[in-house]
Design a protein around this ligand. Sequence first.
Ligand SMILES: Cc1cc2nc3c(=O)[nH]c(=O)nc-3n(C[C@H](O)[C@H](O)[C@H](O)COP(=O)(O)OP(=O)(O)OC[C@H]3O[C@@H](n4cnc5c(N)ncnc54)[C@H](O)[C@@H]3O)c2cc1C
Length: 418
Amino acid sequence: MDADIIVIGAGLAGLQCARRAERHGHSVIVLEAGDAVGGRVQTDRIDGFLCDKGFQLLNPAYPSVRKWIDTSSLELQKFGFGVVVRDGEATSTLAHPVLHPAYALETLRSKQTQPRDLLAMARWLGPSLLRPSRVYGSARDTTLSTSFDAAGLAGRLRSDVLDTFLAGVLADSSGEVSADYARLLMRFFVLSAPGLPRAGMQALPQQMADSLSAPVRFGVAGRDLQETSDGVRVTTDSGTLSASSVVVAVGSENVADLTPLTVPVTRGLTTWWFRAPELPRRGPFLMLDASRPGGGPAGPIWHTAVVSEAAPSYAPTGHHLIEATTLLDQPDGLATEGDIRRDLERLYSTSTKDWDVLAHHVVQHALPLQPPPLRDRHPLWTGPRVLVTGDHRGTGSIDGALLAGDRAGEAVSERLAS
Ligand SMILES: Cc1cc2nc3c(=O)[nH]c(=O)nc-3n(C[C@H](O)[C@H](O)[C@H](O)COP(=O)(O)OP(=O)(O)OC[C@H]3O[C@@H](n4cnc5c(N)ncnc54)[C@H](O)[C@@H]3O)c2cc1C
């Protein structure tokens, strides 16, 4: 045997699984088809800018992050506690009045913070703030839209802010996702503003990989698994490896390559990264577009931000980094650069003539679809010695992937000990 356990895939789930199994005293080999750790959490360094491969944020309030990640060494640069809403020609900043007192009056006077809407929001979110554990497995889970209707959330807070913000977070604009899942995610945004590590999002998986006893083996794709009487043989392009157990942590789109499972339904996102010589807008906030009659974005961009305003390390001094996110469940999800520039010019009321595209990341399988009822899915044994994990076996988030990986590490260690 080459090791007690072979973990296939060095995304967050695979890395956390390997860390947990090592802590139980097992020898672990991690195989990664790509040339870096992190899977969907990676960072391109382009001309001194940090462009994550799909804009995303790390929330330090995630329970798994609090337990297993050294966030202080990541030096998180936090986004503001609020959002900017673009409504036609008008732009308003809605922000936590105590944390951002400069915006308190604007926030309280805005069309999106009518007392009726705020009360409905409290009805919608309150239970998950007070008793989050009761949310999982609740028989009452419905779609997001139905839950908003039930809470009486019908005003502009919903149409201009929540629908658009959550569509961007969940990569789904249908309103058909699990309301309980949306509540759990919103709870984390209430508990803490999310941020970006000084060295880019990839610093998160890198920290995890650095704590393993053996280095991850890059450029080694698992091609086939064969269970034997005492273990599993993994065929790779460069030979065969064997272990007592194998954990498949390859992400939704590759799960069917190595197991009898079908590919889980997923949703996609794209991120455009631009550099600008002049600052188009001050402030560490995400901008949501509510310019379509009835709410929602009038163009392909669901949210945009001057990322370097929140995370100065993402751009060289004197330069500015802008992200713009589109949703692949929309017909204009793959809009052209010209369409994106026109939309950015409308949103920031400025020309983008001097802006350069640094990268355009298209992530077809960004997140597993999370329909109601929310199920806290567990790692799945597809054979006596083969276990499947990843965010599609938990919830579609950094927290979901870490939790799923940790459970897999526990489960595989327990079986080896029995
Ligand atoms: C654009 C985008 C935005 C997001 N925004 C957020 C956010 O703001 N907050 C949040 O909490 N979450 C966010 N997420 C979700 C989060 O990043 C994922 O849920 C999480 O990273 C999934 O980790 P994973 O380990 O399950 O899978 P993956 O990261 O997909 O890892 C799978 C790994 O397996 C490797 N692999 C595949 N096949 C093989 C093979 N045959 N052999 C060897 N290796 C193989 C892959 O190369 C990859 O490295 C976002 C995701 C994307 C893409």
